[in-house]
Design a protein around this ligand. Structure first.
Ligand code: ADP
Ligand code: MG
Ligand code: MG
Length: 874
């Protein structure tokens, strides 16, 4: 028959799924001979059976519990409900992964009117016994009977006041007895039955309450947020009580074996003398630093230190420990791997490797890639944050902290920046026109748009703080005003944005620059040795390229050429080119852009050296480059000397119902091949010049976007190849290069074997591929994805983490088809997913050669790729 109840002697730390985390570790500590108050665990299987049998404890499980209870009585020499020597227990919930929202612990269970006398006799301390009793009724009443805690507090405070006492400890036996009687009356009134006096009945009620709490609203929400399956169930631990509240030789505390904030190898924790349970964390009394235990209880301090060392060596990880001292004897009540900051995680992993406790692979597995984000961006001074209230909450679209003066358009932002100010750009939503303003600002705030809105994507790319979709504020761009609640903020007012939390603050909050430690470098170098996939960055300019190289990028996976078009000096020429009436005029405009593009590429090649650079030819629809308001159009008409009506007509012509599926990507080059000709020329000339200048061999990778068929690629590629031949002929020089394509239209993925005939590499543009596979517009999905996640139609936002079953299937299939045609085809990914650890693991599994992500995510991707390689080898 299946075992549902396990004594602490029966279990070990590997049995978390059956015993829950707390139970498994209590058993493990018992096994290695540490002083753990004896007890037993009711398994998660019992919890699941409880639900299977319509929330009824089956007889065989009840019997097994009583059997273990008898053992517990025998070992402790005490008896449940006994007038002379009563056994008291704690009932502690313990899920497989620790889970706030579950039932709280009940202490001192087993007390009743008889047992309390026994406890008083046994300890020679009546006050203590009756205080324990009234605490028990209160705790049981609150967590098991679900009577509001404050109903008990009111009773307690009335008795306290009626007697004129200042402090809880002033209440004597007779006062406590009065409290107890009133508590019991409250239970009868609230529940319609007497407070249970039979300890066994108390126990069963508490166990069922733990099981019930597995499905309370808080627990369900927590599980949803953290992807914890509801089938896990929770275990219940029944453990004999030890008392930290028996006078000055008793106490209780919690401690970490290392500093969880900075990772230093020093004990970190707190304790209280003469206290029980959660008094330490509850903040009723101010606890003392653990080091002071040395003076208060020198022998206990030594023993605790030794025990902590044993535990850390045993688990080979930093431990978070709970302990209690009862009349000079130390008891261990809990241990688990402690939570820590990124800084601490890195230091502890490196230190543990260097002292031979763990190997390099284990060290790498100890640091969560996502955590690194904390280290790579400026942050707010925590102290300052603690004393400030947010004015609004948006989406944490791009991490970091930013503080500056508010401006409402790109032009004003750039001007303010040039005057030496720090700037926050506030927009309803951003568009490519805002790029310069975004570059000029410390942070970006939008009232609309989701985690993959233009503002979010571009800000992440720049490593700039961004709070997007902050619908609590209303932005009036024309009046240059933010409305939030009853307040308004205008141009030049200070705002602070926290991109890690999505919070917006009024005024200035000081920021701290990130500093990367030597330990960080060490861990990253181990990751680099282990990983097999390369990591590149998405970068459009020399500056971002330099940042990417600094963070360890091995190349550029996506250089978007359109961003270069928006700069002030160039946009008139770009616009001239777009509104040109004929080929001739267009060519003239393009000719004037050529030197700019060439300089851009030369700058990037200079930064990148021989690292590969994939340059994507023009991708966005042309109307994105044009002004839209009549006033702006009028200005432009004067600026470029084109008749206003004619210009208006041209702007109108370029409008599309569905620009994302419209005239963009390689489709532009089918109609206007001269655009790609100019860009190709610029790339090849730049590569030749820098190769000569630096005496290296730059091999540019030219990438054609938005291909849907092999024929389309063939057509556009011919334009590129012809141009290259012309440049070679003109200069009398040649270099190596490669031409490939993005796979972002589902049809291209489906026919990847044919497409590969013309492509030396594929780069999966998974933003567009997700958009087109799901048929979700990237710019509008923010409005409804939230509901999809809430209703569990979707587990994660497919724009954040690659949808492996659907979109991923296309990626995998296209990779395989591509390799069939061209075994040495180079495969990479350049969508936002290239920086997402889960998606990176997927890319590793299907054999991509590299991932490419924003420069600030490069370290995250390096670590994630190493962890993927380790996991895959196992
Ligand atoms: P949590 O999961 O919230 O930490 P625990 O089950 O660890 O809850 O219980 C909270 C606290 O109750 C413990 O830290 C400890 O101080 C106290 N406690 C639990 N069991 C016992 C026990 N058998 N004897 C004395 N104190 C206990
Ligand atoms: Mg605990
Ligand atoms: Mg695309």
């Amino acid at each position: 028959m299946k075992q549902y109840v396990f004594s602490f002697k029966d279990g070990n730390k590997e049995m978390k799924s059956i015993l829950g985390g707390k139970g498994a570790n209590l058993a493990e500590m018992t096994k290695i001979g540490l002083p753990v108050p004896y007890g037993f665990t009711i398994s998660t299987d019992a919890c699941n059976r409880y639900y299977d049998e319509n929330k009824k404890m089956s007889d065989d499980i009840i019997e097994a519990i009583y059997k273990e209870l008898a053992v517990l009585e025998e070992i402790s020499g005490k008896k449940f409900g006994d007038t002379n020597n009563p056994l008291l227990v704690s009932v502690r919930s313990g899920a497989v992964v620790s889970m706030p929202g579950m039932m709280d612990t009940v202490l001192n269970l087993g007390l009743n009117d008889e047992a309390v006398i026994g406890l008083a006799n046994l300890t020679g301390n009546e006050r203590f016994a009756y205080d324990s009793y009234r605490r028990f009724i209160q705790m049981f009443g609150d967590v098991v009977l679900e009577i509001p805690k404050h109903s008990f507090d009111i009773i307690f405070d009335r008795v306290k006041e009626a007697n004129g006492f200042e402090s809880d400890v002033d209440l004597q036996k007779e006062h406590l007895m009065e409290v107890i009687e009133k508590y019991k009356a409250l239970v009868l009134k609230e529940k319609g039955f007497d407070f249970p006096v039979d300890p066994k009945e108390q126990l069963m009620m508490a166990v069922e309450a733990v099981f019930d709490s597995w499905n309370n609203a808080r627990a369900i929400i927590y599980r949803q947020l953290n992807d914890i399956p509801s089938e896990y169930g929770t275990a219940v631990n029944i453990q004999s009580m030890v008392f930290g509240n028996m006078g000055d030789t008793s106490g209780t505390g919690v401690a970490f074996t290392r500093n969880p904030v900075n990772g230093k190898d020093e004990m970190f924790g707190e304790f209280l003398i003469n206290a029980q349970g959660e008094d330490v964390v509850a903040g009723i009394r101010t606890p003392k630093h653990i080091d002071e235990l040395k003076d208060a209880m020198p022998e206990i301090f030594d023993e605790f230190n030794k025990t902590a060392d044993i535990l850390e060596a045993h688990y080979k990880d930093m431990q978070d420990i709970e302990f209690t001292v009862e009349r000079g004897k130390l008891f261990m009540l809990q241990t688990r791997n402690g939570k820590r900051t990124a800084e601490a995680a890195i230091k502890i992993a490196v230190d543990m490797y260097e002292s031979g406790i763990i190997d390099q692979k284990e060290a790498i597995m100890r640091v969560e890639p996502e955590q690194l984000d904390q280290l790579l961006h400026p942050t707010f001074d925590q102290k300052a944050l603690d004393s400030t209230d947010k004015i609004a909450q948006g989406l944490p679209a791009s991490p970091g902290a930013a503080c500056g003066l508010v401006y409402f358009n790109s032009e004003d932002a750039v001007a303010a920046k040039n005057d030496g100010n720090k700037v926050i750009l506030v927009r309803m939503e951003t568009s490519p026109e805002d790029i310069e303003g975004m570059i000029a600002s410390e942070g970006i705030l939008t009232s609309r748009g989701g985690m993959t809105s233009h503002a979010a994507v571009v800000a992440r790319g720049m490593g700039k703080c961004c709070v997007a979709g902050c619908s609590e504020i209303r932005v009036d761009e024309s009046r240059k005003t933010i409305f939030v609640g009853n307040d308004t903020y205008g141009e030049g007012d200070y705002l602070s944005l926290d991109g890690n939390t999505g919070k917006v603050y009024s005024g200035q909050i000081p920021t701290i620059e990130p500093e990367l430690s030597g330990d960080f470098e060490k861990l990253m170098s181990w990751a680099d040795e282990i990983r097999t996939m390369k990591v590149r960055a998405n970068a459009d300019n020399p500056n971002d390229s330099a940042v990417a190289v600094k963070f360890g990028a091995e190349g550029i996976g996506l250089c978007r050429t359109e961003h270069m078009f928006f700069e002030e000096e160039r946009i008139p020429a770009v616009r001239k080119m777009i509104v040109a009436k004929n080929l001739e005029d267009r060519k003239v405009a393009l000719e004037s852009l050529l030197p700019f593009q060439k300089e851009d590429f030369k700058g990037i090649f200079t930064e990148m050296g021989i690292r590969p650079v994939t340059i994507r030819l023009l991708d966005p629809p042309l109307h994105e480059f044009l002004p839209h308001t009549p006033e702006e159009i009028k200005n432009l008409s004067e600026q470029i000397n084109v008749n206003y009506d004619e210009l208006l007509l041209r702007v109108d012509e370029l409008k599309e119902f569905n620009p994302m599926l419209g005239h963009r990507g390689c489709r532009l080059a089918v109609t206007y091949p001269e655009i790609y000709e100019m860009q190709t020329k610029a790339i090849i000339q730049a590569a030749i010049e820098i190769s000569e200048e630096k005496n290296i061999a730059i091999i540019p990778e030219i990438m054609i976007p938005l291909i849907g068929s092999a024929n389309e690629l063939d057509f556009v590629k011919k334009v590129v190849l012809e141009t290259i031949e012309n440049v070679f002929a003109e200069l009398g020089k040649t270099i190596k290069y490669s031409v490939g394509t993005m796979i972002e239209v589902p049809r291209a993925a489906l026919t990847a074997d044919e497409v590969a005939e013309h492509a030396e590499f594929f780069s999966f543009g998974t933003n567009d591929l997700t958009q087109m596979t799901y048929g979700f517009s990237r710019d509008d999905a923010g409005k409804f994805i939230g509901e999809y996640l809430e209703t569990k139609i979707m587990e994660v936002d497919p724009f954040q983490s690659l949808d492996q079953t659907g979109v991923g299937k296309l990626v995998k299939m296209a990779s395989e088809l591509g390799k069939m045609t061209r075994p040495d085809i180079k495969l990479g990914i350049c969508g936002e997913h290239g920086g997402d650890p889960k998606s990176i693991a997927f890319c590793n599994a299907i054999g991509l050669d590299y991932v490419s992500c924003s420069p600030f995510r490069v370290p995250i991707a390096r670590l994630a790729a190493a962890r993927a390689a380790i996991n895959q080898a196992e």
